[in-house]
Ligand binder design. Structure first.
Ligand code: PGA
Length: 245
């Protein structure tokens, strides 16, 4: 919930221009502005390979849901991706694993690619519960859509203690969780486990992106604060392009 129309336009425009001058070769770039700025970002990115996604969606299709934004409305606005279960949605809006699973299913049904966010609190990590927490978050969605439901989906591991704190997880911590998520998916579908992209998010910056992305099981990043500055976001895109794809 950063900025305003003026800044959203400037930021998306700078990213579009930056990538047209110095394109990424392999990796995919997705911009996830606020709902209100989606169509502006879409217009600025038209004719490029940059995709647009939402930061959330309502799990219902349509009807009397005042203030809700459905997956089909997002499709209309030009989205091809939708974040599901970002930790701020889970904590500030009390979204539970079941509701996140419904959002994920609604995104798939509408032809959007869901980006499912998973992650533990610092207290959970310190109690040695990281795997339990992310598996429970993943399993709730597997129960709803099956393993095959992940064939057009993206995972984003985002430890809550690393989001917006400046304290990224270490490459080893990230790799451990990513590998375990892939293993978990492999129990149901080796095809899905191999092909799914698992992003890392949480204080990714220009200076740590390469080390994080260089891990075998890290397929990209979900960038928050560093994406509010086009120059740093563009540099991070190029680090991803050099390592993960
Ligand atoms: P950050 O945010 O990169 O600022 O830590 C990540 C996020 O908002 O998901």
């Amino acid at each position: 919930m950063n900025g305003n129309l003026f800044r959203a336009k400037a930021l998306a425009g700078e990213i579009v221009r930056g990538l047209s001058v110095n394109p990424v070769r392999e990796c995919e770039v997705v911009l996830l502005p606020t709902f209100v700025h989606l169509t502006t970002a879409k217009r600025l990115a038209s004719g490029t390979d940059i995709a647009i996604g939402s930061q959330d969606l309502d799990e219902r299709n349509e009807g009397a849901v005042t203030g809700g934004i459905s997956a089909s409305i997002l499709k209309d606005a030009g989205c091809s991706f939708a974040l599901c279960g970002h930790s701020e949605r889970r904590t500030l809006f009390a979204e539970n694993d079941n509701q996140v699973a419904s959002k994920f299913a609604a995104a798939i049904d509408a032809g959007l690619i869901p980006i499912l966010c998973l992650g533990e609190t610092l207290a959970e990590r310190e109690r040695g519960k990281t795997a339990d927490v992310v598996f429970a978050q993943l399993d709730a969605v597997v129960q709803r859509v099956g393993f095959k439901g992940f064939s057009r989906a993206v995972l984003a591991y985002e430890p809550i203690w690393a989001i917006g704190t400046g304290q990224s997880a270490t490459p080893e911590q990230v790799e451990e969780v990513h590998a375990s998520l892939r293993e978990r998916l492999a129990k149901g579908s080796s095809e899905v486990a191999e092909s799914i992209r698992i992003l890392y998010g949480g204080s990714v910056r220009v200076d740590n992106a390469l080390r994080l992305f260089a891990n075998e099981n890290v397929d990209g990043g979900l960038i928050g604060g560093a994406a509010l500055d086009s120059e740093s976001f563009l540099k991070i895109c190029h680090k991803a392009d050099a390592t993960v794809c």
